[in-house]
Design a binder for this molecule. Sequence first.
Ligand SMILES: [Zn+2]
Length: 92
Amino acid sequence: MDCKEIIGLISRYIDGDIDEFMRDVFEKHIRECKRCITLLRTLEKTIYFSREINRPKRVPSKVIHRVYYQIELRMKSGDLKKKSRKSHFTLP
Ligand SMILES: [Zn+2]
């Protein structure tokens, strides 16, 4: 599964709306791909904060692609690398 497929599944993954096999494949990719784990964590935070203000929990694909684009830009500029060195991610 490549990053594009992950982006397509990410909202359903967060909702728990994918089968066990796809979830395993998804999580395997996430474990190995810094960009996708960053996207997932960013979206989880976005959903958390949007729930706080009572908005629908599904993230529009436009937003997903915008966030992913920003992550790509920051990775290219080295900005994300510097910041993420200190933080660590835990998988579900
Ligand atoms: Zn990826």
